[in-house]
Design a binder for this molecule. Structure first.
Ligand SMILES: Cc1ncc(COP(=O)(O)O)c(C=O)c1O
Length: 478
């Protein structure tokens, strides 16, 4: 392949991937020659080639522009309806839906459990990211490997102490999100082939991590009084080779359940006495919104024997795309740090500096207060909208924090059926079959209460009404 053909192929890649969009002006011949360190003649040969292949058109006295035809012919985006959520996860389906443009981007993420886009402090993040970039260039922060940016870890420790969880800056290791924290915790304490006890329903990414590490999930039901059933857990501990227990006790995803402090104490004591590590998955604890409530307790603050590995992130409280999480464990700290250093050569620095600057500015308590006020009105309103739009007999969880609403259709109505109908209407919900091995959750699904509008609830309710119950359920109805 000649040099100009190689360069033309790169330009075609940029055009086909939309980096240069329809009617965009390409760099002038001179700029192109300078950027790629080639002669003007080679640059001209590249552009003539692109013109012959109808990727660009030449406008006399003006330059070269991307041809309209190229965009029309470029490969179409992924069709969300052919993706299997069990294979690819909901994030990829949400991305595909937004990319098709056929859906309404604002309602696409009803199935995900992050804050509604309008609650994300985008302007502040932009402003502080700019400041971080300036600081970064001025003081030449070195490549940051684990444990992460010191001032950010200090701020996280201060925030934790102020909300009732005393942890040391030294014990905090930064990660790329809470999912990675859980992955690292499992790698550190659960050998392949062993079992991991986890609340049921279990969120899809967590289930995937457990299976991906060749571990066996043992699903423990949530008890009526809140939190995983300790009777069921003790039975599982006696009958399975359980190497760790994961709990998402504060506004559990997807049910919104809150484990009472007394139960957290019992759970922490039980596992410490049996020498089984407890992995605490707590990204949503700061999102308590019911009036009169405060930040719920954490197992790590109740633990006396360094038996809890605590995992959290800013994904649920500030913005998921920051990819800033952390993991805390005194006992396994060094082992986990080695695992992080094996996996990466240094962590993304700018978001860490930006977040440290924001926290030093007192951002978090202000932002959380505002977010809680919004959730206090939105989540219960979304719940009411579902109850009034869905068929009689539909049940909805009644959380005091977080954004998830766990909806259960009347007996015999499949949430998989609703998922497909909703997808066709441009709305993504998270069907029950994603939340664990059992078919126990077939009639349930998760919605995002910070996003759901009465209009979307009405659309979904109408679709749910069309679902045929199974013949057995029909008989029972009569
Ligand atoms: C309970 C729970 N833990 C962990 C995660 C993953 O969080 P992150 O986006 O920080 O990786 C989620 C995300 O949905 C979650 O709900």
């Amino acid at each position: 392949m000649k040099k100009y053909e190689r360069l033309a192929a790169s330009m075609i890649g940029l055009i086909e991937n939309g980096i240069y969009g329809k009617s965009d002006r390409l760099p002038s011949l001179r700029d192109f020659a300078t950027s790629f360190k080639v002669s003007l003649n080679t640059a001209r040969a590249v552009y003539e080639y692109l013109e012959r292949e109808r990727y660009v058109t030449a406008h006399p006295q003006s330059g070269f522009y991307v041809a309209d035809r190229v965009i029309a012919d470029s490969p179409s985006t992924e069709d969300p309806s052919i993706l299997d959520p069990r294979e690819v996860g909901l994030l990829r389906i949400a991305t595909a839906m937004a990319a098709t443009g056929e859906s309404r981007p604002e309602s696409v993420d009803l199935g995900l459990s992050y804050l509604s886009r309008d609650l994300i402090p985008a302007d502040l993040l932009r402003q502080f990211t700019d400041a971080a970039l300036r600081l970064h260039t001025n003081i030449a922060v070195p490549l940051l490997s684990s444990p992460g940016y010191g001032p950010l870890r200090r701020q996280i420790a201060m925030h934790s102490v102020s909300t009732g969880t005393p942890i040391d800056t030294e014990d905090i290791l930064m990660t790329s999100g809470c999912q990675e924290s859980i992955y690292l915790a499992l790698l550190a304490v659960s050998p392949s082939g062993s079992s991991v006890a986890v609340e049921s329903p279990v969120s899809f990414p967590l289930h995937r991590v457990i299976l991906g590490l060749r571990l066996n999930p043992v699903e423990i039901p949530i008890a009526r009084e809140g939190g995983m059933s300790l009777e069921a857990l003790e039975f599982a501990l006696d009958h399975y080779p359980i190497s760790s227990v994961i709990t998402n006790g504060n506004f559990h995803n997807p049910t919104g359940d809150l484990m009472p402090t007394s139960k957290k104490m019992e759970l922490t004591g039980l596992l410490a006495s049996r020498g089984i590590p407890l992995i605490e998955d707590d990204p949503s604890g700061d999102l308590y919104f019911a009036s009169g409530t405060t930040r719920p307790s954490t197992c790590i603050s109740l633990d006396r024997g360094d038996n809890v590995i605590y995992c959290s992130s800013f994904s649920k409280t500030v913005a998921p795309n920051l990819r800033l999480g952390w993991i805390v464990s005194r006992r396994w700290r060094d082992q986990i740090e080695q695992l992080i250093q094996l996996a990466n050569h240094g962590m993304s620095t700018i978001p860490q500096i930006a977040m440290a600057l924001l926290l030093e500015d007192g951002f978090l308590p202000r932002h959380l207060r505002k977010t809680r006020v919004a959730l206090r009105s939105r989540v219960p309103a979304a719940r009411e909208a579902i109850l009034s739009a869905f068929p009689a007999g539909t049940r909805v969880s009644d959380p005091s924090g977080g954004v998830s609403l766990w909806v259960t259709l009347p007996e015999g109505r499949s949430s998989q059926d609703l998922y497909k109908r909703a997808l066709a209407a441009g709305i993504l919900v998270a069907p029950g079959f994603l939340f664990g091995e059992s078919s126990r959750h077939e009639t349930s699904f998760r919605l995002n209460g910070s996003v759901l509008t009465a209009k979307d609830a009405a659309t979904l309710g109408a679709l749910a009404t069309e679902i045929e119950p199974t013949p057995a359920a029909k008989l029972a109805d009569q």
